[in-house]
Design a protein around this ligand. Structure first.
Ligand code: TXA
Ligand code: MG
Length: 356
């Protein structure tokens, strides 16, 4: 299959060429084809959410197990009532506060949504993304796009169109390039079908932000460090995701001790002839001796780390490093989402740095 690549940026957004490209992409989706598109979190691999054949194609293109349900993306609040049984008060309040935005809600699905889209579940995940190209595309496609992250299963979610091209080139009809995703980690998922709203996947919208709107909010124990042996409620969270090819280890502890420990590990690795990479931060990166040291951003602003993490993991793949050592990040705010993804990428390998 020939994949058309079309870039939409702030300069050409309102030109006829861009509008026509989105119309063309909408037609592809309505005809049962696949289009990858930008969102503010990560790129999505879109198909018509109400067409079971499209969902089957999505699973095939990603190499994803078909029991792992897809998120349905909408562009108008009014459309929600078509795909869910009922709209609880909690959903209204969250939508007022956070849509369009990086929040996915789990609700009871209506008959209109095929089981192929929801992995056989009676619930559906819904999100209204905060990206102009995404919203225009959803409208052009008829209102409902099922879209997982646009990566091959097991690889980091793409934050740039070139990574979508790498993973899905030849497997989708079209890729819309909207530049770098501004958040860089997948949406927060909150389940509203239980008595107490429950976070199934941490993201940019934090527990504190949700609690401000809803009051009591729980976190699925399986996604907390102490619950890693339990089965997560979001089927996708059980897979070893976001994995770089190299073995990744997180080093935890006080800054000085972490730097010393990582430098020791790097020296050992290089003695064995292994190429090592380090995930560092603005203020620490100059203090490492590894062959490849990457600046993930600023510790004071962990959203910068969220934005760069997946790009860094992919770059280490391209550069064929054998082992990666990473500093660890806060377990609160957006840092919780960063740590959640980093722990998965590391297969939960964490070493304590010891005394400084
Ligand atoms: O930011 C995002 O959410 C991106 C962009 C493209 O919107 N999408 C994304 O989709 O991350 P995906 O398929 O990679 O992750 C969806 C997650 C999976 O872990 C899946 O198991 C969970 O959502 N999920 C979907 N429907 C669910 C449901 N009905 N109940 C529980 N979990 C569900
Ligand atoms: Mg994904």
């Amino acid at each position: 299959m020939n994949t058309e690549l079309f870039e939409i940026n702030d300069e050409n957004r309102n030109t006829d060429a861009s509008k026509e490209a989105i119309e063309r992409a909408g037609k592809i989706l309505q005809g049962g084809g696949l289009v990858a598109f930008p969102t503010e979190t990560v790129y999505g691999l879109g198909g018509d959410a109400l067409n079971p054949e499209s969902s089957r194609k999505i699973y095939a293109a990603k190499g994803r197990p078909s029991d792992n349900p897809l998120i349905v993306h909408i562009c108008r609040w009014e459309d929600l009532s078509q795909i869910v049984k009922e709209i609880p008060e909690t959903a209204k309040r969250l939508a007022d506060a956070f849509w369009p935005g990086p929040l996915t809600m789990i609700l009871e699905k209506s008959d209109k949504v095929p089981g192929e889209t929801t992995g056989g579940l009676s619930t559906v995940a819904v999100r209204m993304p905060d990206d102009q190209t995404a919203l225009a595309l959803i409208r052009a496609a008829g209102g409902f796009i099922a879209a997982p992250s646009a990566n091959v299963s097991g690889r980091p979610s793409p934050t740039l169109a070139k990574y979508v091209q790498e993973d899905l080139g030849g497997k989708v009809e079209m890729i819309l390039d909207g530049g770098q995703a501004c958040i860089g980690l997948e949406s927060t998922i909150v389940d509203l079908t239980d008595k107490v709203p429950t976070i199934l996947r941490p993201g940019y919208i934090t527990k504190e932000m949700l609690s401000e709107i809803l009051g009591e909010v729980e976190t699925d124990r399986a996604i907390l460090p102490e619950g890693s042996s339990q089965t997560p409620k979001a089927p996708g969270m059980k897979y070893r995701h976001y994995a770089p090819k190299a073995e990744l280890t997180i080093i935890a502890g006080e800054e000085k001790a972490v730097i010393r420990k990582i430098n020791e590990l790097v020296a050992e690795a290089e003695k064995k002839g292994l190429r090592s990479g380090v995930i560092a931060t603005e203020t620490t990166m100059a203090r490492y001796n590894a062959s490849l040291v990457k600046n993930a951003g600023s510790r004071e602003k962990e959203e910068t780390v969220a934005k760069e993490l997946y790009r860094i993991l992919r770059e280490f793949d391209e550069e064929e490093v054998d082992v990666i050592y990473s500093e660890s990040f806060a377990e609160s705010g957006i840092g919780q989402a960063v740590m959640n993804r980093l722990l998965k990428a590391a297969g939960h390998r964490v070493e304590e740095a010891g005394e400084p």
